[in-house]
Design a protein. Structure first.
Length: 455
């Protein structure tokens, strides 16, 4: 078995304060935040009662809290800020004169100094901030010393975790890590440092960190460590390891495993590598593909003869560009993309039909369709309807092309569409504008169909 050293994170770790990096002893249970809040948002009588109640509940802080209560009450009586109580005084410091502010500020600063690392100082710091804001003492640059202190402290609470290795490296020897909670699922182990008063060339290699007896495969960045310890305090690696949590910081027990430690060696046999799984690529890609947004736009411009840079067409394309197909994979096509294709097709058909030059070039003149006649005249028989249907099919879908619908397959569907669009004209007159709108609708149906957008 590899050499192992155990340690419980909740029992033997020195807490490091992120602000000034001082080693702290475990403190009593945190004060009741409701009582602390009451001490600062009520008048002085209630403040004294709340603070004294906290002193009774926690004897270890009784003397200091009782003194704070007396000083708060005395400060409120001596500096009543125009007869108002402590609540209004603390919540509206601008109402007090400078001498009153200075007295209360001194009291709050003393409270922060005498009650460090407690919840109570959060409220004192809040009111100190309110006083500073009322004076305009904000948005100030940090000094270089403050910047250096913050940089050295880093982010969040960190723990110095030491593992005793004196059994293998001599009395007083240990390996030290800087540990923090990386997130709710993992720990961050950094700066592995070997400390020994008898550093005479100890070899340390292949460090692994286990949680509750199990060494995760991933995140073991210290496996590559192979150092000769020749200094009383020697950093083994500048890297960090992200180690997954098991039960959480209160219950997890960590184990450090070494392949080599001093004169003790136990190479780790990781066994043969696992057989890679059979690669499964899923269904084969479809033979057909989509035209993407740019090809859809170019195809519609080519089929209708409309300039894609015409103002209305260009604006419509830019508005719908994000809605049009983005890839060639037919499996990604959605109904919202079909709506975008139909809107763009309708804009192109509108531009073509409303231009006498473009519609003549598309539909021809032998014979010519009667675009300027009312619906009942322009679509009075099947021959006139076929002037629109046949030319749309031939020009947009093509003739005698494999995998494309023929005239005989497309004509019934388009004829039914014309009948549906002109049905209301049987009970009332429909002018030439309605005739052109019907042609636009049939044109857009063909131009936005899969026959024109799938390749």
């Amino acid at each position: 078995m590899p050499i192992t050293i155990h340690m419980c994170i909740s029992a033997r770790c020195s807490q490091i304060c992120a602000g000034d990096r001082r080693t702290l002893k475990p403190r009593a249970e945190a004060e009741n935040p409701a009582a602390v809040s009451a001490a600062y948002v009520t008048d002085e009588t209630a403040a004294v009662e709340a603070l004294l109640a906290r002193a009774t509940a926690q004897p270890v802080h009784a003397t200091r809290i009782q003194e704070s209560a007396r000083r708060l009450a005395a400060g409120a009586r001596q500096h009543p800020a125009g007869g108002i109580g402590a609540q209004q005084f603390l919540q509206a410091p601008s109402a007090a004169d400078p001498s009153q502010l200075a007295a209360v500020e001194q009291f709050l600063q003393e409270h922060v100094r005498t009650h460090p690392n407690t919840r109570a100082i959060v409220y004192s710091l809040y009111y100190l901030g309110s006083i500073a804001f009322s004076r305009g003492d904000y948005d100030l640059a940090l000094t270089q010393a403050q910047i250096d202190q913050n940089f050295d402290a880093g982010v969040g609470k960190r723990l110095i975790m030491r593992f005793d290795v004196s059994q293998w490296a001599g009395p007083g020897s240990f390996i030290e890590f800087m540990v923090s909670e990386f997130d709710e699922f993992s720990y961050l182990f950094c700066q592995p440092t070997f400390v020994s008063p008898n550093a005479t060339g100890f070899r340390v290699s292949n460090l692994r960190i286990a949680v509750n007896g199990v060494a995760p495969v991933a995140g073991q960045s210290f496996q590559g460590v192979d150092s000769l310890v020749q200094e009383p305090r020697q950093l083994l690696s500048r890297q960090c390891s992200v180690i997954a949590k098991d039960h959480g910081g209160a219950d997890d027990v960590f184990t450090v495993e070494f392949e080599t430690l001093g004169n003790f060696a136990d190479p780790v046999d990781f066994g043969p590598p696992p057989v890679p799984p059979v690669e499964v690529f899923g269904d084969s890609l479809p033979r057909e593909g989509l035209r993407d947004f740019d090809r859809v736009n170019t195809s519609m411009a080519s089929l209708t003869g409309v300039d894609p840079n015409a103002a209305r067409v260009r604006d419509t394309f830019q508005e719908l560009e994000q809605q049009l197909p983005a890839t060639f994979d037919l499996r990604t096509f959605s109904s919202s993309q079909q709506v975008g294709v139909a809107k763009l097709a309708l804009e192109y058909c509108d531009a073509m039909v409303e231009s006498s030059t473009l519609r003549t070039a598309f539909f021809g003149t032998t014979p010519a369709f009667q675009f300027d006649q009312p619906v009942n005249t322009a679509f009075s028989d099947q021959t006139k309807r076929d002037l629109i249907i046949d030319r749309l099919v031939d020009r947009m879908l093509g003739a005698n092309i494999a995998y494309q619908p023929s005239r005989d397959e497309a004509r019934p569907a388009l004829n039914d569409l014309i009948s549906e669009l002109t049905a209301s004209c049987a009970v009332g007159p429909c002018d030439a504008a309605r005739t052109r709108n019907v042609v636009k609708g049939v044109c857009a149906a063909v131009l936005s169909s899969a026959a024109a957008t799938v390749q």
